[in-house]
Design a protein around this ligand. Sequence first.
Ligand SMILES: C[S@@+](CC[C@H](N)C(=O)[O-])C[C@H]1O[C@@H](n2cnc3c(N)ncnc32)[C@H](O)[C@@H]1O
Length: 239
Amino acid sequence: MKFYNKKFAEAYDKRLTEEGYPGRLLKVVCGQLEGYERVIDVGAGSGLFTVPLARNGHHVVAIEPSPHMIRLLRRKLDSEIRPRVTTVQSTWEEADIPAGDAVICIHAVYPMKDLSAALLKMRDAAPLRMVLVRNEAEMDTISDRIREEFSSDRCGSDYLAQVRSVLSGNGIPYKELLVHEQREIFFHDLYKEAENYCGHLDIDPAKVKEVARLIEGQCEYDGNVYRFTSFLSDIIFHY
Ligand SMILES: C[S@@+](CC[C@H](N)C(=O)[O-])C[C@H]1O[C@@H](n2cnc3c(N)ncnc32)[C@H](O)[C@@H]1O
């Protein structure tokens, strides 16, 4: 898994932070978690939800298997929030932790081998469960446009269907909350950007020039800065 690679983990955290992730999603998730003190963050990554949730006063148990992602997360814990965050280096499937008040699992079901077992374990872990999955059909990002051209990896393409099928197949009632966001992406160095996307999307670095040309064709350029407007769309399953 890419997240076990140190360079990938660092580049992922840097890129998402620069792009303004989690953006509007954070507000939505925080709103839903109001009144829920102990939050289990499944696949917490580099802490892009764990940290602000702890800052908001929640006690967060961050479950994350990648040593590099969890190191990035731990580095963000200052003296104010450290007492409210417990990090557990483990997959969700293997984690042995006490129940909480809420579970969140944000863009982290994709690598799980047994989705059904994972979702059922979340159901038993807390009274409120929120699982967030990309709504691929309505997304439009530079990554998506590059993937269409260069890569067969379509992250999350039928995860919505799989989550629906597991929940309804187990007779578990659920609600779906659609979250859309438009985000402006800016960058100066086209080739650096192309190199980053090649690493991120596992594209042969020999294709960097072609990737750069594609990105250039998708962006507005004012002679100094490239600009692209991304459309992000996710669905939060409440069950
Ligand atoms: C796309 S990142 C999302 C991180 C974070 N939730 C966020 O939104 O910033 C997915 C994370 O899930 C983690 N992950 C992969 N397999 C997992 C598993 N079986 N159980 C828990 N987390 C897992 C990865 O290491 C990675 O850090």
